[in-house]
Design a protein around this ligand. Structure first.
Ligand code: VG1
Ligand code: CO
Length: 543
């Protein structure tokens, strides 16, 4: 084997964000850029030589080239075997599944998730550890530390591997195994859900539309919904992964998944609609002319979990990220199980899941999943909803209204201001920080501030502390406003403002959230001076 040691110089900007390292494709294409990050990752691991690694991505532009580089570097660094998804395709949840099932030391997922793809779009690298979950902060910090001092990397000179044909080949001593991207994941889904009952639902009068947004879930959705569960051909739309996601933004929300929204809000709309993001870990659920807020989706799944075979014996606990609405807390309370509040990002759920303290987790950003893997899982959420609907024989809207009737409704909305100049966004956050000590007791109309802080989290399992996870302003009536800057963007800054208010009275459950939250929205503006400081009249995305 011809191992080359290449001299290199550090890049200063390889600090992983909320979910891996994300940069413009052109940044990753600079000489040594990807190589430095991959070598820094290997250098921060122990005892990986001879072990198995899982590798794949969401199919975006540069996926195949990056895979070839990583395979040659893995061989040079002594990895024993790499399981790579066919044609380089492996969704984030499928990667997590394969890591766990094969006892791999970890995995590399090439994705910038919902960020646009193509030569002018974004690329990303995420490292997952042996439990199948995103690397925790101590690992990402070690990778970043190595990236700042790196002087060389190792790579094998070898021909490219055929990624399209299933089977094994070798680079030097290392075995490259091209695996079917869907099989293991689909089997896991079948072990959790009542496929017979969902089959009956999907072959009856019930109509569903699944939008894979030209991203990674296409092959999974075709195999599971159409081939295995019998939904009519055409149920899955935009089901072929494209390098530029068809020019779209594979972010399953009301703005970027507009094609699906148009179908579900038209006359004679289907009963159920779902979309997933670039790497398949997030989901949007729609009923006929009805949007399910992701925080509510988490609460509904938790409340109805025992209707689903994989969760028949009940839940150990629930975890949600801090900005996610407290709808799930109400379910946990009723079930008599704990509810944990973690910072944004799936990596914070890993320890709780490993310790069996929680079964279901979720984020307001359309991410939900359970202890079946250690990632969020878009199609899992879709199947969970279908299983519940098949058992209850209700519409999405009826189910949601019943849920609010029982638990009350947490009105909720998130405002995203994308592409804000970084300096302006930082000024806004600094100003907020400066006000924090003065807000308690202050009245805004009928609301009085009960607390204001910057969220800190102490992991209950390993005691690690994560500070500065978002500015919170809580009111005495339980309503909240949260402000944080995104850790996944690549251009300027994205400000996220999260608004929540609880309503117990069922006669007031039919409001438009924007109406119900109007005065909180005004308070957020008053306190943070969003318009003036961002220079934007309105948010780019409202969820
Ligand atoms: C966003 C979401 C967060 C999610 C993260 C990764 O992070 O808010 O809940 O875990 O994306 O999701 P941020 O820092 O931009 O708010 V994904 O689907 O990009 O892996
Ligand atoms: Co994603």
């Amino acid at each position: 084997m011809n191992i080359e040691t290449v001299a290199t110089q550090p890049f200063s900007d390889q600090k992983p964000g909320t979910s891996g390292l994300r940069k413009r494709v052109t940044v990753f294409q600079q000489p040594h850029y990807l190589e430095n990050f991959i070598q820094s990752t290997f250098d921060s691991l122990e005892n990986y030589q001879g072990q198995t690694l899982v590798l794949g991505g969401d199919g975006r532009y540069y996926n195949r080239q990056a895979i070839q580089i990583i395979l040659k570097m893995a061989a040079a660094n002594g990895v024993g075997r790499v399981k790579v998804g066919q044609s380089g395709i492996l969704s984030t949840p499928a990667t997590s599944c394969v890591i766990r099932q094969t006892g791999a030391i970890g995995g590399i997922i090439l994705s910038a998730s919902h960020n646009p793809g193509g030569p002018d779009g974004d690329f990303g690298v995420k490292y997952n550890i042996s439990n199948g979950g995103p690397a925790p902060e101590k690992v990402t910090e070690a990778i970043f530390a190595h990236s700042k001092t790196i002087e060389q990397y190792k790579i094998v000179t070898a021909p490219d591997v055929d990624l399209d044909t299933l089977g094994e080949s070798r680079i030097g001593e290392m075995v490259v195994e091209v695996i079917n991207s869907v099989t293991d994941y689909a089997k896991l889904m079948e072990s959790l859900f009542d496929f017979e009952q969902i089959h009956q639902l999907l072959t009856g009068s019930f109509r569903m539309c699944m939008d894979s947004m030209h991203a990674v879930t296409g092959p999974y959705a075709h195999a599971i919904f159409e081939q295995r569960l019998g939904a009519p051909a055409g149920t899955v739309q935009n089901g072929t992964p494209l390098e530029d996601f068809g020019g779209g933004h594979p972010d399953p929300n009301l703005v970027y998944a507009h094609d699906l929204v148009a179908i579900l809000f038209a006359e004679n709309a289907p009963d159920f609609g779902a979309a997933s993001d670039g790497d398949g870990d997030r989901n949007m659920i729609l009923g006929r002319k009805f949007f399910v807020n992701p925080s509510d989706s988490l609460a509904v799944l938790a409340a109805n979990a025992t209707l689903v075979p994989g969760y028949r014996s009940g839940l150990k606990g629930i975890a949600r990220s801090m900005p996610t609405s407290q709808a799930a807390d109400r379910v946990a309370e009723k079930l008599g199980i704990p509810c944990f509040e973690t910072p944004t990002g799936w990596k914070f759920f890993g320890n709780l899941l490993d310790a069996d303290r929680v079964t279901i987790c979720g984020e307001e950003s359309f991410g939900t999943s359970s202890n079946h893997i250690r990632e969020k899982d878009g199609l899992w959420a879709v199947l969970f909803w279908l299983n519940i609907l098949a058992v209850k024989q209700q519409s999405v809207e009826e189910l949601m209204h019943d849920h609010w009737q029982t638990y009350g409704r947490n009105y909720y909305s998130r405002y995203d201001y994308e592409g804000v100049e970084s300096d302006r966004a930082n000024t806004l956050m600094t100003n907020l920080h400066a006000q924090l000590p003065t807000l308690k007791g202050r009245k805004f109309g009928v609301r009085e501030v009960e607390y204001s802080d910057d969220f800190s989290y102490t992991d209950p399992i390993d005691g690690s502390v994560s500070n500065n996870q978002g500015v919170r302003i809580g009111f005495t009536d339980g309503s909240r406003i949260v402000f944080r800057l995104s850790g996944t963007g690549t251009q300027g800054a994205t400000l996220r403002v999260y608004l929540e208010q609880y309503e117990a009275d069922p006669t007031k459950h039919h409001l438009d959230p924007q109406e119900a939250l109007a005065d909180l929205i005004a308070i957020a503006e008053q306190v943070a001076q969003i318009r003036t400081l961002t220079g934007m009249e309105k948010p780019t995305v409202i969820t």
